[in-house]
Design a protein around this ligand. Structure first.
Ligand SMILES: Cc1ncc(COP(=O)(O)O)c(C=O)c1O
Ligand SMILES: [Zn+2]
Length: 408
């Protein structure tokens, strides 16, 4: 296998950036995020007429998410900041498939990324693009995993990095942000308070934002989860995808992957049904799906141990809601206990390790199966966004409380 990042050019078909709020079109050199005119979400656009790769070429490359570089936003291959993120396995889980009464239960195991979550895809894209633009300092608020990931990629790029976490973030994330040499700003309160502290500090210092849906590039990196899924299924789409949803970056990434490959004629007209999984302690998107609303109402008092999806006010909800509806998907809210239990169930039945936040998706799939949403021959994909080691303490406590104890 070649050394990661060894390709001479990306042949990226990216052409410009469009604001989803006001429709303004920007040159790719823009670095003032989000939209300087209206604060809306910035979305990179591609010249798909210039895309002339064969499906076999993409399928044969592998090695990292940069196998799909023609539909990623980085143009200068020398600016790449990569640690072989992506190319994660799609693991068949026959025991759980039996339990749920579905044809195949497939776990996309994002824990096998450099910092053990799918956040590496977004940060590899955002920090490579920042590097391409000559940035020397990046910053973001985070529930934990994105901050850890940004710290790692910023270190690799030789950039300074400021990470704003609320004090409840898990110890693994706090320790590893510091281990990478980033500046850790711990904020009292919840993720919204970390966001407010970040906004204030950024206004003062002018740092380059790699925050959720401020940088235009995180959902581009996450798009590669969709490319890999369809690639692994020989350019078919699964019947269902269940996603643990916070800000919605990955959900929208997978949706955009489907839309782009549909447009170039690689996929058929039936999309995968995208299902939003959240917890009962913070379910603004699930509630908006239930209410048939076009946007969410902010969740008044978010409270869940699944911190990555404890997001009360996701700005991308209109985009998520239209994707879920157009795809024929739905929403499901599970308890914290059900998420912990789902993680243990996966670990004991088919083996993969899921963090509590990631396991919200599996608990959601269990619920959807009970509700009869899946057919007996369906392919159901559960995105395991992060590894069990990220929340090992919560899992260990649950096992002890069960009286089950540890084997080893
Ligand atoms: C493990 C994990 N899963 C899911 C999410 C939610 O991600 P998204 O913003 O793509 O909805 C997060 C965000 O912090 C996370 O850390
Ligand atoms: Zn705008």
């Amino acid at each position: 296998m070649s050394i990661t990042g060894e390709f001479e050019s990306t042949d990226s078909c990216v052409s410009h950036i469009t604001c989803r709020g006001c429709g303004t079109t920007y040159d790719l050199s823009l670095t003032d995020y989000p939209c300087p005119d209206c604060g809306g979400i910035l979305d990179p656009r591609y010249d798909l007429d210039a895309f002339d790769v064969a499906p076999e070429t993409w399928a044969s490359r592998g090695g990292s998410m940069w196998a799909y570089r023609e539909l990623l936003p980085l143009r200068d291959a020398d600016a790449l900041v990569s640690m072989r993120e992506g190319d994660t396995p799609l693991l068949s889980c026959p025991s759980l498939a039996d339990d749920l009464g579905v044809g195949r239960l497939l776990v996309k195991d994002e824990g096998q990324n450099p910092t053990n979550t799918f956040k590496d895809r977004g940060q590899a894209a955002a920090i490579s693009c920042a590097n391409e633009r000559g940035v020397d300092t990046v910053a973001l608020p985070s529930a934990g995993n994105a901050g850890q990931s940004a710290s790692a990629y910023a270190a690799r790029a030789g950039m300074d990095c400021h990470v704003f976490l609320n004090h409840q973030a898990g110890a693994v994330k706090k320790d590893l942000v510091a281990a990478h040499g980033a500046d850790l700003h711990l904020v009292d309160g919840k993720i919204g308070d970390a966001g407010a502290a970040f906004t204030e500090a950024r206004a003062e210092h002018g740092w380059h934002s790699v925050a959720t849906f401020q940088t235009p590039f995180r959902h581009e990196g996450k798009k590669t989860m969709g490319f890999e899924l369809f690639d692994a299924l020989d350019w078919r789409v699964p019947d269902h995808v269940v996603y643990p949803t916070g800000g919605g970056v990955g959900l929208i990434g997978i949706w955009k992957a489907y839309r782009q490959l549909r447009e170039v004629g690689w996929l058929g007209p039936d999309p995968p049904r995208l299902h939003v999984a959240q917890t009962t302690g913070a379910a603004p998107v699930v509630e908006a799906i239930r209410a048939g609303a076009e946007a969410h109402e902010p969740w008044p008092d978010p409270d869940s141990v699944a911190r990555g999806v404890e997001i009360p006010d996701p700005g991308a909800s209109p985009w998520m809601l239209s994707a879920v509806r157009e795809s024929g998907g739905t929403g499901v809210a599970v308890s914290d206990e059900a998420a912990v239990e789902a993680s243990l169930r996966l670990a004991r039945s088919d083996g993969p390790e899921a963090s509590v936040t990631a396991a919200v998706a599996l608990a959601g799939a269990v619920d959807l199966a009970d509700r009869g949403v899946f057919g007996p021959d369906d392919d159901v994909v559960v995105i395991n966004t992060g590894a069990g080691c990220k929340t090992h303490a919560a899992l260990g406590e649950a096992v002890e409380a069960d009286g089950a104890g540890f084997d080893a």
